[in-house]
Design a protein around this ligand. Structure first.
Ligand code: SF4
Length: 280
């Protein structure tokens, strides 16, 4: 189905990077998704134009999967080479990624580890821990809150937890220990899963905690609301320059806060006389 994949990897110095892989052995070697910001699509030109791959899988965060979907849905001629080469869009469930430099300092101070000792990082929101797997096989952990202050600013407003633009979305939410939840969102995603099962590359069980997935979606609604509040602030600033936009601001305000109750004459300060203020 694919002749290559664009994935996240890490070098021996602990720096994450995009990597183009063309064999199952190379896929197994990669460090995979680690919740550290990595500009994955940087390597797409190399996959398409240098290696000439024709059926590429891209394994990324949900926001990068949105970008991939925009490319594959676009009719722009300039994007045709990418559109024709991308076969499978895979997103990992994502609650946010960390700034690499800040996280490196946190690991050094919190776990007393040099970045080059770490082979892989995995966050476990359920346990509130960030786990580090070391190249020598040992594991270490630190409190997730210590790492969370290095989350990229945009992630606090992201409303795509579960890779809604991808063909396949994969992550630990709702899955038993040792398994992952897989959501096939498109026919090509379903075909990929079916192929893997037929070839006995994947063991499946029908045991998903749907409540956990629903809670993840509720979190998404909370973030969508945060975005609406941001938008209200921008609209209010626009209305300061252009009072004709005031009606739009009022409408958005009513949507978010509910329509304010009309004040009685007694409650409205414009009708009240002077109070106890001793200012004058
Ligand atoms: S939380 Fe959202 S914006 Fe941040 S990396 Fe994940 S998908 Fe992208």
């Amino acid at each position: 189905m694919i002749d290559g994949a664009l994935m996240m990897d890490a070098d021996r110095a602990g720096r994450t990077r995009a990597r183009v892989v063309t064999s199952a052995g190379e896929i197994a070697e990669t460090a995979g998704y680690q919740q550290i910001w990595t500009p994955l699509l940087d390597a797409l030109n190399s996959a398409v134009f240098e290696l000439g791959l024709k059926n590429i899988a891209i394994v990324s965060t949900p926001c990068a999967a949105q970008a991939v979907r925009r490319m594959t849905d676009s009719t722009l001629e300039r994007l045709a080479a990418y559109r024709n080469a991308i076969r499978l869009n895979v997103a990992m469930f994502c609650t946010g990624v960390y700034q690499p430099d800040g996280l490196r300092d946190a690991l050094t101070n919190g776990m007393n580890l040099a970045p080059e000792q770490i082979a892989r990082l995995t966050a476990s929101p359920r346990e509130g821990k960030l786990h580090a797997q070391l190249w020598d096989g040992a594991t270490r952990e630190m409190d997730l809150v210590e790492a969370e202050k290095f989350t990229r600013a945009g992630c606090a407003r992201c409303d795509d937890y579960l890779g809604e633009s991808a063909d396949l979305a994969i992550g630990p939410v709702g899955a038993r220990d040792g398994y992952a939840t897989v959501i096939a969102r498109t026919p090509i995603g379903q075909a990929a899963i079916q192929n893997a099962v037929t070839m006995k590359l994947l063991e499946t069980i029908n045991d998903v905690n749907e409540g956990a997935l629903e809670r993840a979606s509720a979190e998404k609604d909370r973030r969508a609301r945060a975005q609406a509040f941001d938008q209200l602030q921008v609209m209010a600033l626009d209305a300061l320059r252009d009072p004709r936009k005031l009606a739009e601001v009022k409408m958005q305000f009513d949507l978010l806060y509910g329509r304010p109750r009309a004040l009685s004459k007694k409650e409205d300060y414009r009708y009240a006389g002077c109070g106890d203020c001793s200012g004058c």
